[in-house]
Design a protein around this ligand. Structure first.
Ligand code: R5P
Length: 326
């Protein structure tokens, strides 16, 4: 494979710079800005001919704008004769619409996958997709990194005991169980779910399966947008007698108003990753776990044509060794 070249769009430059630094490289110069009429203008300022090009871009808010930057950068690299183009997408948006819930709806997760492949990406590297099935929406290889071992490393430092790991919806049970296995195999598992009453206008009722009374509850979700899902789950847990509540969310999307809502919620700490720029306002209640080392290592593995399974096994082995030491 040719030289390793890293480019980044504007969505998360602090993370992109950190990845470049960890990968022993640098971000190549690019012009990524707007024309006066608002259209996106891209120019890769350094040659990519014959190179192994990685374009780092999270599709975080404003998602449409950042998606367009990504597509144009891929297209530019492809037309400038890059040997291979890998889209590094730490946060893959439009993922929550991965199936039709009613008639006449799009499947946005599939459309965005089509757009990325059509633009010219040869492969994709991403972190904690909303649903692992989205990998199959791409007709190009997808390497799907999970933050659970890294989250678990931090959470262990908190010394939480008598723990129950909670999924705030039925779709997230596997994610919660995976974190539970990394964190504390003795911890129990619970799930909060929505029940629709028979009368169509009546509000949904939140139910729960699992025992939380007197326990420390750790809610894990992939995304915090408005914060409603997490806050509703936290309230159910408090009502069922949970002693303390911690939250883990991979992608802190934080829609307007989310910080204020979360500040008022009965939550001790919110642990997120830096796949998208970190929202301010939560002070010490928020802890950020760095995904740059893992993403940089994954880039090196891809560039050197090494097996990604080996990387996943290495991460788990390091985590086990760390746990044995502590
Ligand atoms: C839903 O399926 C997702 O996993 C998250 O629970 C949801 O997107 C969070 O959104 P919000 O913070 O707006 O409730």
């Amino acid at each position: 494979m040719g030289r390793l070249i890293l480019y980044a769009g504007n969505s998360n430059l602090p993370l992109a710079r950190e990845i470049a630094h960890r990968a022993g490289s640098r971000l190549s110069e690019a012009t990524v800005e707007s024309f006066p009429d608002g259209e996106t203008r891209v120019r890769l300022e350094e040659s990519v001919r014959g190179a192994d090009v990685f374009i780092i871009q999270s599709i975080c808010p404003p998602a449409n704008h950042h998606l367009m930057e990504l597509l144009l950068m891929i297209d530019a690299a492809r037309r400038a004769s890059a040997k291979r183009v890998t889209a590094i997408i730490p946060y893959y948006a439009y993922a929550r619409q991965e199936k039709k819930l009613t008639g006449r709806e799009p499947i946005s997760a599939k459309l965005v996958a089509n757009l990325i492949a059509t633009a010219g990406a040869d492969r994709v590297l991403t972190v904690d997709l909303h649903s692992p099935a989205i990998e199959g929406f791409f007709d190009i290889p997808v390497d799907h990194l999970r933050s659970a071992p890294i989250m678990a490393d931090y959470l262990r430092e908190l010394g939480l005991s008598n723990l129950v790991v909670v999924s705030p919806d039925v779709g997230g049970v596997k994610r919660a169980n995976r974190l539970r296995q990394f964190l504390d195999a003795k911890a129990s598992l619970a799930v909060v779910f929505k029940e629709r009453p028979e009368e169509p206008t009546a509000p949904a009722i939140l139910g729960m399966v699992g025992e939380v009374e007197g326990k420390t509850a750790l809610i894990i979700d992939d995304i915090i947008a408005t914060g409603d899902t997490i806050i509703e789950a936290a309230e159910v847990l408090v009502n069922r007698g949970a002693r303390k509540i911690y939250v883990c969310a991979v992608h802190p999307v934080f829609a307007p108003g989310a910080v204020e809502n979360l500040l008022a919620a009965p939550i001790e700490k919110i642990v997120v990753t830096n796949t998208i720029p970190i929202p301010s306002g939560l002070g010490e209640r928020m802890v950020v776990v760095d995904m740059a080392p893992l993403l940089a290592e994954a880039i090196r593995y891809i560039h050197e044509g090494r097996s990604m399974t080996t990387l996943f096994e290495k991460v788990e082995a390091e985590w086990r060794a760390e746990r044995a030491r502590s």
